[in-house]
Design a protein around this ligand. Structure first.
Ligand code: NAD
Ligand code: IPM
Ligand code: MN
Length: 365
């Protein structure tokens, strides 16, 4: 048997509810593939603030760094919303991403045939969409300096941030974009705001330069405002999108809705060498937390990405993805994806049905 150490960071809100399910699904799919997981659960976000006074305790980061991969639920909640910047749950997540140097965030968005009717877009627009957003995750306006609060000439209070990218940061995420496109349909669309922002002008120049290393990939450029519109007008025109930290944040939430629900979309955050971080793209959903309403599938699919991109365990990853499809085929839906004729279930029951699907794959095989 193969053994892996996995750090679990359930976090806040619906985080613990969906993490429980992902953990069980990982264990079951792993055991069928001769994989044994050693899980270590650590605090991050609001739960860490309450426990230790900081949103990312040193121990959480060091345990995470020593593990083979990290699975994260979500962080944040009303309780900590008015905390100072350095005491926000979100700051803990950003410190974690920076600490792990996971600069490349893969956010796939595909419309599953089972969920076409859950999309808010017309069937003919949504059907067959299969795109990947490659989001730069450790730079840009999220981390740029100077930043802070101050006063202007009129003595008015100001808040300010800086969008900054260095060549090496653009080059390495561009390469991930090209490599990703190469393994898909060979089309890369770089999204920026190069008509206005210097950081985007450099972005476009570097992505264009890196393109010479990938003659087999067809590169296009698009301004972010147009991209937001094109995603709704004709999402099938996109294969792989590469973009900066903040545009990737926004466009991936937008893309999620094409697929039916943000509760469906997983992500992988990868570095050059260390362990990867795997999390759904959604947040802690405080409006439904503790009510057994959350869709656990984004979390379960993040566990599949952990197996594929974090551990190279393709068979176990496929097994989980197939189990999700099978569960949808059997008609189970949480409220966010419910459509006519489907069976409404809560978070827990959805998890049980996914486990049942993983189990039945074994008896078929
Ligand atoms: P959100 O993604 O938490 O929720 C947006 C909406 O989508 C809500 O109505 C929510 O109920 C719904 N939703 C989200 N996930 C769902 C799921 N799995 N199943 C069903 N419905 C789901 O975004 P928000 O409301 O803007 O933010 C809430 C908190 O989460 C904030 O504190 C924010 O900072 C944090 N956040 C954390 C992460 C993260 O941990 N990676 C990501 C985004 C937001
Ligand atoms: C995400 C979230 C985070 C981000 C927040 C919570 C810091 O929205 O993971 O998409 O903006 O990256
Ligand atoms: Mn986001």
């Amino acid at each position: 048997t193969k053994r892996y150490n996995i750090t679990l960071l359930p976090g806040d809100g619906i985080g613990p509810e969906i993490m429980n399910i992902a953990k069980d699904v990982l264990s079951l799919a792993g055991s069928q593939e001769g994989i044994e997981f050693q899980f270590k659960e650590m605090p991050v976000g609001g739960v860490a603030l309450d426990l230790t006074g900081v949103p990312l305790p040193e121990e959480t980061l060091s345990i995470a760094k020593q593990s083979d991969a990290i699975l994260l639920g979500a962080i944040g909640g009303y309780k900590w919303d008015s905390n100072e910047k350095h005491l926000k749950p979100e700051t803990g997540l950003l410190q974690l991403r920076a600490g792990l140097e996971v600069f490349a965030n893969l956010r796939p968005a595909s419309v599953l045939p089972q969920l076409v009717d859950s999309s808010t877009l017309k069937r003919e627009v949504a059907e067959g969409v299969d795109l990947m957003v490659v989001r730069e995750l450790t730079g840009g306006i999220y981390f740029g300096k100077p930043r802070g609060f101050g006063t202007n000439e009129k003595g008015e209070e100001i808040g300010f941030n800086t969008e900054v990218y260095a060549t090496y940061e653009i080059d390495r995420i561009a390469r991930v974009g090209f490599e990703t496109a190469r393994k898909r349909r060979g089309k890369l669309c770089s999204v920026d705001k190069a008509n206005v922002l210097e950081a985007s002008m450099l972005w476009r120049k570097r992505v264009t330069a890196i393109a010479s290393e990938y003659p087999d990939v067809e590169l296009s450029h698009m301004y972010v405002d147009n991209a937001a519109m094109q995603l709704i007008r004709d999402p099938k025109q996109f294969d792989t999108i590469v973009t900066n930290n903040i545009f990737g944040d926004i466009l991936s939430d937008e893309a999620s809705m094409i697929t039916g629900s943000i509760g469906m979309l997983p992500s992988a955050s990868l570095s050059d060498s260390g362990p990867g971080l795997f999390e759904p793209i959604h947040g802690s959903a405080p409006d439904i937390a503790g009510q057994d309403k959350a869709n656990p599938l984004a979390m379960v699919l993040s566990a599949a990405m952990l197996l594929r991109y974090g551990l190279g365990e393709e068979n176990a990853a496929k097994k989980i993805e197939n189990a999700v499809l099978e569960t949808l085929n059997r008609g189970y839906r949480t409220g966010d994806t419910l459509s006519d004729g489907k069976k409404l279930v809560g978070c827990k029951e959805m998890g049980e049905e996914v486990l049942r699907s993983v189990d039945s794959e074994r008896s078929i095989a």
